[in-house]
Design a binder for this molecule. Structure first.
Ligand code: XMP
Length: 267
């Protein structure tokens, strides 16, 4: 757990975004570890995850957990214990659950993850605001946690949804779906926007809309072919890195080297 003083600061004083920025500066790292160890039995998954997190924590600013860990291990107390460890190591924890249902269900999902200690949840703006993500933002505000929106995913098929051109009948304007989502990230006061490192051109366009008001989280470096320098130069604030670290023979050394490379491009 956070020490009492950190806990008070986290709950009363700092927003998720401020917590992330503080963590980035403290660790001199913008690397968010995607803690996705290869499939295994639940006990071995917990011990592998714990081992990797302890080894790489000096070189990262946050940890991101995915359903591929929650499903075999369970949320309470399995993944909750890993979130507690992240907090003991001074790291915020992000749940990559891509919330994507009707509001009533979305609210319950967000509450479970926040109850387990997660500091932010990733959500999908395709479901819209009313009876969609509004309840998630309400719970986040009440519990002082974060919501990060998908704006353009890192895989090739992202083009079919996030990349389509949409027509706004009210304004008569056509624009890419991801620009619409970037504008929603601003108007909904999201704490982050996800844009794949595999699409630096789109990171740049989204960054032009968001400026520095909503930070860009960029997955896809390493295993998916995204490049550290081009993602950061285009405007990514945080890099989400998984397999390049978790499948490395020497995760700590690899995390350090990725961190050092990223730092060469950060202001
Ligand atoms: P790798 O091993 O490819 O892991 O470095 C990347 C991690 O990030 C997740 N991922 C995404 N999450 N939007 C997200 O919210 C995305 O566009 C996206 N692309 C990858 C992936 O599930 C893994 O945990």
């Amino acid at each position: 757990m956070f020490s009492t003083s950190t806990m008070i600061e986290r709950n009363v004083m700092a927003s998720f975004g401020e917590e992330m920025e503080r963590s980035l500066k403290r660790a001199h790292s913008n690397i968010v570890l995607a803690l996705d160890p290869p499939a295994d039995g639940p006990r071995r998954l917990v011990s592998k995850s714990t081992h990797i997190l302890q080894a790489v924590h000096p070189y990262i600013c946050a940890v991101k957990i995915n359903r591929q860990l929650v499903l075999p291990v369970g949320l309470f107390p399995g993944v909750q214990k890993i979130v507690e460890l992240a907090h003991e190591l001074g790291l915020p924890a992000i749940m990559d659950c891509k919330i994507n249902d009707v509001g009533y269900t979305n609210r319950a999902i967000a509450e479970f993850y926040y109850e387990a200690g997660f500091d932010a949840v990733i959500s999908n703006p395709f479901v819209g605001w009313r009876e969609g993500l509004e309840p998630v933002f309400e719970v986040a505000e009440k519990m002082r946690r974060g919501v990060i929106l998908l704006v353009y995913m890192s895989h090739k098929g992202a083009e079919e949804g996030y990349g389509q051109t949409v027509y706004n009948a009210k304004t008569g304007k056509r624009m890419p779906q991801y620009s619409v989502f970037a504008e929603k990230a601003l108007s909904w006061k999201a704490d982050g926007a996800v844009v794949g490192a595999t699409f630096p051109k789109i990171i740049r366009e989204v960054h032009q809309i968001l400026d520095d008001r909503v930070p860009i989280y960029s997955p896809g470096v390493g295993a998916q072919g995204g490049k550290i320098g081009s993602a950061i130069k285009a405007g990514a604030r945080y890099l989400i890195v998984g397999r390049a670290i978790t499948r490395s023979e020497a995760p700590a050394q690899t995390a350090k080297s990725i961190r050092d490379s990223a730092n060469r491009y950060l202001e």
